[in-house]
Design a protein around this ligand. Sequence first.
Ligand code: ATP
Length: 442
Amino acid sequence: MSEKTTNKMEKIVSLCKRRGFIFQSSEIYGGINGFWDYGPYGVKLKRAVEQLWWSEMVEQRSDMEGLDSTVICHPKVWKASGHLDKFGDLMTDCRDCKARHRVDQMEDKTTCSNCGSKNLTPPREFNLMMKTYVGPVSDEDHAAFLRAETCQSIFVDFDLVKITARRKLPFGIAQIGKAFRNEINPRNFIFRSREFSQMEMEFFCSDEESMKWYEYWRQERLRYYHEIIGFKNDEIRIHEHETLAHYAKAALDIEFKFPFGWGELEGIHHRGTWDMSRHQEFSGISQEYFDQESGKKFIPTVVETSVGVDRTVLAILCRSYGEDMAETKKEGMEEDLRIVLRIKPRLAPVQIAVLPLAKKIAEPAEKIYKDIRKFFRAEFDLPGSIGKRYRRQDEIGTPFCLTYDFQSPEDNAVTVRDRDDMTQDRVSVSNLKTYLEEKIYA
Ligand code: ATP
């Protein structure tokens, strides 16, 4: 990794901690590798990411249902899905420095990248499922697993969803939730963690139509990244899988250019009838769909889109991070360098900050804040010089700061300062909501 990229990641990690986006879990105990907590601003950003995906994938569509299933389900689910037998990576340990490596990630498979030793253990299988016990007895009969992906319960609940929502094929089921993997080497901040969140959608259709739907979802998800999230052409790319799972007809990853290199953001997979057939076999319950028009019975084919919430948050933070030589003197600050997160207004943790110029005019400013927060993610920011408050809002990515000044009680207007070009508009309070809506959602 070049110095420049380490530097950028270090700056992002440091900003995330300093400004309350993301902290190491249980930091006072020295942290726990691969687990991260979202702080006050991080949770707002994470929720905004999830809400946007949910709105686009579920609420704005007529062919989608939602689901919120449990993290622990019947252990047979994982037997059927193949996770208990096959879900793992090959790992090797360095006998000298005790570092553990994932074999597929090693540049030189004979040498420890940590200390250079060749004294490695033979590669062995390592299962990534996290195990627990359900009930008071901790024996193998009571073993259960934290889900390694959210989609398996979608397959298992397919029939119930279909009946209760009175659905016919084709339609999809979407879910957002936690997943757990005992990753050998958690790394690159929240890119690879042991506890993370996924946003998954399984689209059920007939085999004949499945490639059409695969193409559709590939286009649709690219449209989402370009038009809705705002990624540029050189920030994302498609990586087609050369080797496919034996049941799959096609698979691709949408990759994002992180400071540490290209990394998978989302997988789009044609899963065939594999999952549904396996659940039919292991449960003994038919998973066939009866198509009234053709009079045929068949196991539905599935096309999946699967994206990590945390990787999306990281991608947004990476592309938004900037340092510029701004005209900060005009805003009362001596330093010229400002750190700014240029997050799209609709995803920004705080969309609007209301800043009264002085304490004695705080009350009418707070009234505006309380009206505004019904419609936007807003924050009331009182202490400190106006320049310092602007800098703080720049660092957390607030696109608009409303300054309530001494003229405001007279003209019933505020100054709206734009994070990106630092221009200021005088806007009448009665027109604020419409003005901000256009700026944020246009
Ligand atoms: P990788 O090859 O990076 O391990 P994967 O191919 O195993 O990922 P999938 O099983 O397809 O990933 O999971 C779907 C999505 O879930 C990924 O595209 C990614 O965004 C997210 N994801 C998977 N593993 C992790 C992890 N350990 N930490 C954070 N997000 C993850």
